[in-house]
Design a binder for this molecule. Structure first.
Ligand SMILES: Cc1cc2nc3c(=O)[nH]c(=O)nc-3n(C[C@H](O)[C@H](O)[C@H](O)COP(=O)(O)OP(=O)(O)OC[C@H]3O[C@@H](n4cnc5c(N)ncnc54)[C@H](O)[C@@H]3O)c2cc1C
Length: 510
């Protein structure tokens, strides 16, 4: 009987139940829980947030413990015709990275219903939190805040799983100072492609630890991560300043991220930036009465650059935070009269994208295709990128819909032993074209994405893509550059049958 025949799963399920009934617990562990072939489970595991790629698995595993995952992967690995296996967080990927065509999708979220599971547990001394790989960052925030604590590195949007962002990098405006989320992990439990459940850290099974961080799900499934905690601030001062000139904007961004010591209480906590391309795209951060004059600025200059910063405060620093900020912003070249400021709770600031999500959902504009392009651009190429892409391709085509982010980070906050691949220069920018399109025109956005990539290639700007998917193995080899050999060796070591996260199409053909 073929291992992918419908009867195979049924027999495993019956056997496992029979053995459990007979009290043969060890064998039950090996056989584990049976994957489901329920059509609705298969349908929802066949697509992702991108809504561009669709491919159906044979079955979906709904584990209730990491042991269920390990048992399934081990028996699958040992079978003569193993399936590919993709962990699926919330499937917020945009190019099918959490899909497994004809394979098995592991629904990580079902682990969160296990009352005995890792869940979200703060250490006795409050220095770290142990979280299940399936947990959402919003839940990590809510639980740790109850103890006045929080992680320091975030993504812009918090309805993402811990395992999902650690498989990529996890970046936001905190990255310049605290590093990406993958630089803020003490330890993990990982189930390798062979089904071994391994605890890893910089001192224990460190090869696996660094492989998995930014490893695109290629080496194992993260079932627990230990994340450092710090006292959470009471609130934040949140400021946006507008620029008409890109060189002034990027010079100020780079100045602000130069003060980046983790322990420096006078440094900013968050630096980002975005492009304003039309009055219609102004969000409620800008007071409605100011929209017309900002709109007039956009009409005049075509592009207005918005530099966004945040400074935390607590009870002690509440009375001095405004003065500290004035000091920090002295000498910046934003347009006079175009500084906008807001006070917010820490949770409201971190969870800022949720309001936007709910608004878009209410208009039916959330579950639409997302032909995104996310890039890391070395500092030496960012002015050329602005001239050729922002002022060239973007203005000429005039199709942008959704945020267009641009902000710099410091390379030294990333650990080169991790799998994530970033530009070689000390300062590099991330640029995110977070497009939302219609079902009939996402290709137009993809054409623009291709034009951007071609521009970079022709101009010799050595970009790296983020949240990416390449068409060929050669592209992946180029992407990983000097890290490719190690990446490949680690794959042989931890997933020698190339079973995990096939939707990344690194070792599995597209
Ligand atoms: C609205 C929105 C905003 C976003 N904002 C940011 C941002 O600010 N910064 C940022 O860095 N990213 C951002 N992202 C991207 C996000 O980090 C990725 O989509 C990421 O994949 C997390 O999504 P997920 O948890 O649903 O993972 P999935 O899409 O389900 O999985 C992603 C990949 O990781 C693998 N995987 C999933 N779980 C595990 C696990 N436990 N162990 C090992 N591998 C696993 C999957 O097989 C897949 O290959 C955003 C995404 C969206 C939709």
């Amino acid at each position: 009987m073929a291992a992918d025949s419908p009867a195979y799963f049924t027999i495993i399920m019956l056997l496992s139940r029979l053995l459990a009934f007979m009290g043969i617990s060890k064998n039950t562990d090996v056989l584990g829980v049976a994957p489901s072939r329920d059509p609705s489970a298969i349908a929802s595991a066949s697509q992702d947030f991108g809504l561009i790629v669709k491919s159906a698995p044979q079955a979906v595993l709904f584990p209730s413990s990491p042991q269920d995952v390990a048992s399934f992967i081990q028996s699958n690995y040992n079978s003569s015709a193993p399936f590919t296996v993709a962990a699926r967080g919330l499937s917020h990927s945009v190019r099918g990275q959490a899909l497994a065509k004809n394979g098995v999708v592991v629904d990580m979220i079902s682990l969160s219903s296990n009352p005995q599971g890792t869940g979200i547990r703060i250490s006795g001394d409050g220095t770290y939190v142990d979280v299940g790989g399936e947990q959402l960052w919003i839940d990590v925030l809510n639980v740790t805040m109850r103890s006045g604590l929080a992680p320091v590195s975030w993504t812009d949007y918090l309805y993402l799983t811990v395992g999902g962002t650690l498989s990529n990098a996890g970046i936001s405006g905190q990255t310049f100072r605290f590093g990406p989320q993958i630089s803020n992990v003490y330890e993990m439990d990982v189930i390798t492609g062979k089904g071994d459940l391994v605890t890893c850290s910089p001192n224990q099974s460190s090869d696996l630890f660094y492989a998995v961080l930014g490893g695109l799900g290629q080496f194992g499934i993260i079932t627990r991560a230990r994340i450092p905690l710090e006292p959470a601030p009471k609130g934040v001062k949140w400021i946006r300043m507008l620029y008409s000139d890109f060189s002034a904007f990027s010079k100020d961004q780079e100045f602000l991220i130069s003060k980046n010591d983790r322990t420096d209480k006078t440094a900013l906590n968050y630096v980002e930036g975005s492009l304003l391309l039309s009055q219609a795209s102004l969000d409620p951060f800008f007071p409605p009465e100011d929209h017309p004059r900002i709109g007039a600025l956009i009409t005049k200059f075509g592009i207005v650059y918005s530099l966004e910063i945040v400074k935390h405060y607590d009870d002690q620093s509440k009375s001095t935070v405004d003065k500290d900020l004035q000091q920090l912003l002295k000498g910046l070249s934003y347009l006079p009269d175009f500084l906008f400021e807001k006070d917010a709770t820490y949770v409201d600031f971190l969870n800022r994208v949720r309001a936007e999500e709910l608004f878009l959902r209410s208009k039916g504009l959330w579950e639409v295709p997302h032909p995104w392009l996310n890039l890391f651009i070395p500092k030496s190429g960012i002015t050329r990128f602005n001239d050729g892409v922002f002022k060239g391709i973007v203005l000429q085509r005039n199709i942008t819909s959704g945020p267009l982010l641009v902000y710099p980070m410091n390379r030294k906050k990333w650990d080169d032993r991790m799998s994530a691949s970033i530009p070689d220069e000390e300062i590099f920018y991330t640029v995110g074209f977070l497009h939302a399109s219609g079902f009939d025109n996402w290709q137009t956005y993809d054409d623009q994405n291709q034009a951007v990539l071609q521009f970079c290639q022709k101009s010799g700007i050595e970009i790296k893509q983020y949240l990416l998917q390449y068409a060929t193995k050669e592209d992946w080899i180029r992407h990983f550059g000097s890290k490719w050999n190690t990446f490949q060796q680690r794959k042989q070591q931890f997933d020698p049958k190339f079973l995990l996260s096939p939707g990344q199409y690194i070792f599995n053909n597209n």
